[in-house]
Design a protein around this ligand. Structure first.
Ligand SMILES: *[C@@H]1O[C@H](CO)[C@@H](O)[C@H](O)[C@H]1NC(C)=O
Ligand SMILES: *[C@@H]1O[C@H](CO)[C@@H](O)[C@H](O)[C@H]1NC(C)=O
Ligand SMILES: *[C@@H]1O[C@H](CO)[C@@H](O)[C@H](O)[C@H]1NC(C)=O
Ligand SMILES: *[C@@H]1O[C@H](CO)[C@@H](O)[C@H](O)[C@H]1NC(C)=O
Length: 218
């Protein structure tokens, strides 16, 4: 019964959105007596500079040397460097904007329910902006909530993707006392503007992440 209902809902959603580029799916119907969350992204803002340091994907950056002078970066010229030449991607460097690099990447996502996510590039995986898990809800990470974002800032208009896992620690209570948790995902329109230096600022209109599956939590 449940599966027929969700199949029909899925088909309806599919046909009514045939005109739009992205296929918008609706949330599932939760098991009887269970609450279901609504995940609405109110605000989405991603800055990816043309010269933001990228020690994860950019081999040139991984190989690059900088001049560490005191607690700052000086011109990376071995002949004039009055500190020491070091790899800009080594850990423990003063900041993520070595001499000659632009401002670091940032990602901000705000949900209507108050969840606020802020990522600032810091050179390792959990802050690998646009390649999966974001820093969203990092403070209560032990509770298992994960908001992952995938996208590209290279073109003016593209499709971003978001996966939302509520996590066992945020499980909701059903009327009969059972605990339930949810996850969902969505493709959304990503619009990027590029300045004269090709720094990209990407935004998205308000969108909802539909809840697509549930799991019982014991
Ligand atoms: C190194 O040289 C730069 C540029 O000449 C100067 O700004 C900086 O203060 C110097 N740093 C040290 C530690 O002497
Ligand atoms: C854009 O990129 C240039 C070159 O990396 C940088 O100097 C500048 O600060 C950037 N602009 C903004 C608004 O971040
Ligand atoms: C971030 O910007 C750089 C420089 O324009 C670009 O090469 C890279 O593909 C961008 N990253 C993503 C995930 O789009
Ligand atoms: C509560 O209801 C769900 C189905 O709606 C069922 O799977 C679960 O076992 C029930 N829990 C209890 C404690 O009866």
């Amino acid at each position: 019964m449940v599966s027929i209902t969700s199949l029909l809902t899925g088909l309806l959603a599919l046909s009514s959105s045939a005109v739009s580029t992205a296929i918008r799916r609706r949330s599932i119907t939760p098991p009887e007596g269970c609450p279901i969350p609504t995940w609405t992204v109110d605000y989405f803002h991603w800055f990816n500079g043309s010269h933001s340091l990228d020690c994860i994907h950019n081999q040139d950056d991984i190989n690059a040397k900088g001049c560490l002078c005191g607690s700052n970066w000086c011109e990376p010229n071995p002949a004039t460097c009055n500190g020491s030449m070091v790899n800009v991607c080594w850990t423990g460097m003063p900041n993520y904007q070595p001499w000659g690099y632009g401002p670091p990447q940032t990602l901000d996502i705000q949900f209507a329910d108050g969840l606020t996510c802020h990522d600032q590039y810091i050179g390792y995986r959990i802050h690998d902006i646009a390649h999966g898990e974001s820093n969203c809800g990092y403070a209560d990470r032990g509770l298992g909530r994960i908001v992952a974002f995938y996208g590209s800032s290279d073109s003016d208009s593209s499709t971003g993707h978001m996966d939302y896992t509520l996590g066992d620690g945020h499980a909701l209570k059903c009327d009969n006392g059972s605990s339930i948790t949810y996850s969902g995902s969505v493709d959304f329109e990503l619009t990027c503007t590029h300045d004269a230096d090709f720094n990209a600022t990407c935004t998205a209109p308000v969108f909802e992440v539909p809840v697509l599956s549930y799991e019982w939590v014991s």
